[in-house]
Design a protein around this ligand. Structure first.
Ligand SMILES: [Zn+2]
Length: 825
């Protein structure tokens, strides 16, 4: 439909138009995908014509598109949405709810549910399904009659940027051999598929918009996250999930999830569908996904995962090529095989969504009662202690005040109540200064706070790995001191909405400045100083800064980011290394494989003002890198994927093939010519092989051999010890604490021979949070290595862990900043 025709239709007061009429195709039809303009245009038009539908813009996406929330309910409820929201806030926090108020609200309050589509952009069916769901709920008399009892919130796409990325790729290659194939880039500008792993850290704009809506505005009782998985298995996973269950989940959350999942499966089988499975792959351990973070907020979190097509194109599977369980209680009717269309996924997802709407409408009062009871139980559990509170000692007692503030702000943005002590106080026999932050556990979102602050102890069930990572303890990843308090205490506490650092300043006088380089803020300042041509020199454990603009830059940065600078009239004696006077020319390699770690690295560099140039395969292969760059960063990727990339049968030629031999040769020539190569985790194997480094990744062979004998750590936090290094301190660890917790996700561990040296090694019993099988295999191995190469000052820095993992690891960002800012020749 042309925009003009759509406009003409809007101006009449006619009933809502069907998606198929507005789009010119039925949502889910083979080979037809609506992009964001079409999806959002349709929903806006529907809202114009239907008193049941409202569209709100929550904000703008990373790339500037409108991010929408649709609400669908009865016209009477639409008229009193503000009252409904206010009542939801009371239900979510029963401390503020009297019995009379509860009785009154319970009489008239609809259940509130949220359906969230298309967070993973290649899982495209739900973005199409949402239009039909909204139309049906708004027009079908049977569904409309339920809408007095339920408010259906729907996010039509959790990543509108990505929907457009995927749809335009699909349209471009439709009818070619690449139809429905992989994309060469990420479908979220920075974090691709990790956009569903950002739900407690909240680093991206989309996550923040939705989090605010969930825990500060709407407080839905049930959240349903609609996904797709691989093509060859069961047709649809619905809960119950498989074990284990995170210890912070209330039993009523677990059973509530089971109830909704069983309702969905029953509705699907009632409608004659097949291949619906429970207890597959997905567990209740992890925190951080869109279906898991709400479960720490007393909300029932539902996930479904449908078998995928090739984007809009159908696939055909013979029965014997389908990997599915035999018939049983968790899988009462296998799928017979055949052709699987986008429209099939849409149909399954519609039935699942509708069954949730029906359940919520009919079970409204129970849902409200359960929500209130869950909040009450959390408060009671916090009052009972175990623990009673967490304390983040004042910023003066923290190594990096900005990381301390960031941790408090992550909690506060997630709806957790954070308090600041107005005066010094004692708790559990320990003294805390005024300005310390207190997180009492007697609050409705206790489970969320506790799960983020305590160490995880994952115990495998049937030797299965966790679905996602095993540990995520924020004080460890962020390098923030946090104390557990088990007994009640009194303190003068003031609730804070967000925490800002106390402004730092320049102490002393003179035009020579000394930085201790302990904070990430100082790395940001160093990047800015170097970019402005100021002089930065290593001196023991500090940095000495000089130059005409140094004072202005440092006083502004210290004030904003909370670190202290010492000024002196003369430079201290003994400055080692040469003075740097420009920002190293940093190349960040971006493979055509949609590498998420590259995206996180790029995001981190942009957050901290570290300038870089993106390098693609052709830029590397043509050589002469040393003339253009001082530092090259290879993101985490396995060695083979860096060498070979994606095969040209699957992706257009200009994106195929990886670095290849010529690229590997060019990287090697760069290092021998005096360049610094920084390898993040898996890419270490690439450097070890191509540069013949005297380093062995002792875990490289772990992918083969019997599983029970393999070392295994699927996302855990380990302690490391710095030092033991002979000779001058490496710039890579300058200002970093002697013991450091690192994020390890099936990572690397090294043995080294001279002239390579270990900068950090694993101590005995290194596991701090998560899970590790055979952790003793890490003891004494190197986590971080520096290897000089050739005679011209070249070197390779190997990270055997993830220094910027998912934007969470503030405690190890500095190692990466040092590596790119200070380690270049
Ligand atoms: Zn997904």
């Amino acid at each position: 439909m042309t925009p003009l025709l759509l406009l003409a239709l809007l101006q009449t007061a006619e009933p809502p138009i069907r998606p198929s009429v507005a789009l010119g195709f039925e949502p889910g039809a083979d080979s037809s995908l609506a992009d964001w303009k079409q999806v959002s245009g349709y929903l806006n038009a529907l809202a114009q014509r239907s008193p049941n539908v409202r569209v709100d813009t929550l904000g703008r996406t990373t790339e500037g598109r409108p991010f929408l929330l649709v609400s669908i309910t009865s016209p009477a409820n639409q008229q009193r949405l503000a009252d409904i929201k206010r009542a939801q806030a009371l239900l979510a926090d029963p401390r503020r709810l009297s019995d009379t108020a509860l009785a009154r609200i319970r009489n008239s309050q609809p259940a509130v549910i949220l359906i969230s589509n298309n967070i993973h952009s290649t899982e495209v069916a739900s973005s199409q399904m949402g239009m039909t769901l909204a139309y049906r709920l708004a027009t079908d008399p049977e569904w409309r009659s339920l809408l007095d009892s339920v408010v259906v919130l729907m996010i039509p796409s959790m990543n509108p940027d990505g929907l457009d990325t995927v749809v335009s790729w699909y349209r471009r290659y439709k009818g070619t051999r690449y139809e429905g194939g992989p994309l060469p880039w990420l479908y979220h500008k920075y974090i691709g598929h990790d956009n569903n792993r950002d739900w407690f850290m909240l680093t991206q704009v989309e996550t923040r918009l939705v989090t605010r809506m969930l825990y500060k505005e709407w407080f839905p009782e049930i959240v349903y996250d609609v996904h797709q998985m691989g093509s060859n298995g069961v047709r649809l996973f619905v809960p119950p999930f498989q074990d284990p269950v995170n210890p912070n989940l209330d039993p009523a959350i677990v059973s509530g999830i089971n109830l909704v999942g069983a309702q969905m499966a029953a509705a699907l089988y009632d409608a004659g569908m097949t291949g619906i499975a429970h207890q597959q792959t997905y567990d209740l351990w992890w925190h951080g996904g869109f279906r898991s973070t709400p479960t720490r907020h007393n909300m029932i979190g539902i996930l479904t995962e449908a078998a995928s097509t090739r984007l809009g194109s159908p696939i055909t599977l013979a029965l014997d090529s389908v990997r599915q369980p035999t018939r049983g209680v968790n899988y009462p009717e296998p799928w017979p095989g055949g052709t699987w269309h986008l429209g099939d996924i849409v149909r399954y997802e519609l039935i699942a969504s509708q069954s949730l709407v029906r359940l919520a409408a009919r079970d409204r009062a129970n849902i409200i009662d359960r929500f209130v009871a869950l909040g009450r139980r959390e408060v009671e559990a916090g009052l009972a202690g175990n623990p009673f509170a967490y304390i983040l000692p004042s910023s003066a007692e923290q190594r990096d005040p900005e990381a301390w503030a960031a941790l408090a702000n992550v909690l506060a943005a997630g709806g957790v109540e954070v308090y600041r002590a107005a005066e010094a106080f004692s708790a559990d026999g320990q003294r805390y200064a005024a300005g310390s932050l207190v997180i009492p556990m007697a609050q409705p979102y206790r489970a969320h706070a506790k799960d983020l602050l305590e160490p995880q102890h994952y115990t495998p069930v049937n030797d299965r790995p966790p679905y996602d990572v095993a540990g995520w303890t924020l004080p460890f990843t962020m390098g923030v001191r946090a104390e557990v308090v088990n007994a009640p205490f009194t303190a003068n506490l003031v609730k804070v909405d967000s925490v800002v650092v106390t402004p730092g300043r320049i102490e002393g006088s003179g035009d020579v400045f000394i930085l201790r380089n302990r904070t990430n803020g100082e790395s940001r300042a160093v990047a800015q100083l170097l970019a402005a041509g100021q002089s930065v020199t290593m001196l023991g454990d500090s940095l000495v800064v000089r130059g005409p603009r140094a004072r202005a830059i440092l006083s502004e940065q210290a004030a904003r980011h909370g670190f202290t600078v010492t000024a002196a009239r003369e430079a201290p004696v003994g400055a080692t290394g040469k003075a740097r006077q420009r920002l190293p020319r940093i190349g960040l390699y971006q493979p055509w494989t949609g590498n998420i770690d590259e995206g996180w690295t790029r995001w981190l560099f942009e957050q901290y003002g570290v300038g870089y140039t993106t390098l693609h395969d052709a830029d590397v292969r043509k050589g002469g890198l040393r003339q253009r760059f001082d530092v090259i960063v290879l993101p985490d990727a396995d060695g083979g994927s860096l060498d070979r990339g994606v095969d040209s049968t699957r992706i257009p030629l200009q994106y195929a093939g990886g670095l290849g031999e010529s690229g590997a040769g060019a990287v090697s020539e760069f290092v021998r010519g005096g360049g610094t190569l920084v390898c993040l985790d898996g890419s270490s194997n690439f450097a070890i092989a191509h540069l013949n480094l005297p380093v062995v990744n002792v875990l490289a062979g772990e992918a083969s051999g019997p599983q029970v004998l393999r070392f295994y750590a699927p996302g855990s936090i380990f302690g490391t010890v710095l030092g033991g290094v002979e000779g001058a301190r490496s710039p890579v660890t300058l200002g970093v604490a002697d013991s450091l917790q690192v994020y390890f996700e099936n990572s690397a561990a090294f043995t080294v021979s001279a002239p390579a040296r270990a900068l950090a090694t694993y101590p005995a019993q290194p596991l701090r949070s998560g899970y590790a099988r055979f952790q003793e295999r890490l003891v004494g191995k190197a986590a971080l290595v520096e290897a000089p190469v050739g005679s011209r000052g070249g070197r390779v820095i190997l990270f055997g862990f993830r220094p910027q993992f998912r934007g969470q690891t503030h405690g190890t960002f500095k190692l990466l900043f040092n590596a790119v800012l200070l380690a270049a020749p």
